[in-house]
Design a protein around this ligand. Sequence first.
Ligand SMILES: [Zn+2]
Length: 100
Amino acid sequence: MKLPKEIREKGDLSATANKGKNCSIKGCVDKAIRSLSENSWKSYVEKADLKYYDNKHHKIYLCKTHYKEANKYRKSQDKLYQKKGFLENSTTVSRSKNWD
Ligand SMILES: [Zn+2]
């Protein structure tokens, strides 16, 4: 029977509607692999020099390529924090060296 199959496919489509989003980056037609909160990712996406279409869900949908791009900036900021911590540690170390 063809009809039930069609209905099922339709149901599948609506069930996977979230996963079937396209990338939010302007000019990109790839399928999104990530749905990210606009609040926490906006700055990374902008730092990566990417323009995106905002939506009412306040989500940024990114394809594999653009997710990598934005994630690079997210990671570099994480590193910055780590570096800061590392610097504080090394200051402590050098200070204790001075004491010696
Ligand atoms: Zn994209």
